[in-house]
Design a protein around this ligand. Structure first.
Ligand SMILES: Cc1cc2nc3c(=O)[nH]c(=O)nc-3n(C[C@H](O)[C@H](O)[C@H](O)COP(=O)(O)O)c2cc1C
Length: 195
């Protein structure tokens, strides 16, 4: 059986366009490929910023970790385990202040782990994950796709590529704070149906 992991991070919860569209894509794929769905809404996870203490816990031998260190390691281990189990990762992605939500960045900081999801070699960094498709469903108030101001797209491609996930597609719903948001949402939904 195939497994789909959905990562949402909009603070708008059920009125979020990115969450709605990402969930629609996941259900479409799930019906088409008889896949299971594991849906995670990071805006409800209360993930703190990564600290030196948490990073040191990762680097402490498991047999020597305190229970506090072990509990911190389990945050990252759980998120990485969810990615490893998935064949397809659907990301519901709002644009906040030209970037990603801070909750999503806190998740990214738990996913990039030396020796587990990437490693440095004499030739440079090497991603340790492979054979997974990532589909980002991006919702934005303005219109930035294809312009130099859309650093969110290149950031997401760079991050997923860094951990070995180079097959990354994007579906955009843009201009949602502008006049014709229905057309933009309908176009995104039409793209979803093409998967
Ligand atoms: C804190 C915040 C910052 C935002 N920053 C931007 C921005 O930089 N560019 C933009 O096009 N839209 C911006 N918006 C609008 C959102 O991208 C838009 O409302 C989008 O639909 C959010 O996704 P959601 O519907 O899944 O919550 C911002 C919204 C919020 C709440």
């Amino acid at each position: 059986m195939k497994h789909i992991l959905v990562i949402n991070s909009s603070l708008n919860l059920e009125s979020s366009h990115s969450t709605l569209l990402a969930n629609q894509l996941a259900h479409h794929l799930s019906e088409k490929y008889q896949a299971s769905i594991n849906s995670q809404d990071l805006s409800t996870h209360d993930l703190p910023h990564l600290t030196q203490f948490e990073m040191n816990a990762w680097m402490t031998d498991p047999s020597e970790r305190t229970s506090e260190q072990q509990a911190l390691c389990e945050i990252s281990d759980t998120y990485i385990g969810q990615i490893k189990r998935a064949d397809t990762i659907v990301i519901g992605m709002p644009m906040y202040n030209f970037g990603v939500p801070s909750t999503f960045k806190a998740w990214v900081d738990r996913i990039a782990r030396a020796g587990i999801t990437f490693q440095y070699t004499p030739e440079g960094p090497k991603g340790l994950l492979q054979n997974k498709k990532v589909i980002v469903v991006a919702a934005r108030g303005g219109m930035y796709q294809g312009t130099p101001k859309d650093t969110q797209t290149s950031y997401l491609k760079d991050f997923f590529g860094f951990i070995g996930l180079t097959d990354v597609d994007f579906i955009y719903a843009e201009g949602l704070a502008m006049s014709d948001k229905e057309t933009s949402i309908a176009a995104a939904q039409a793209k979803i149906q093409q998967y």
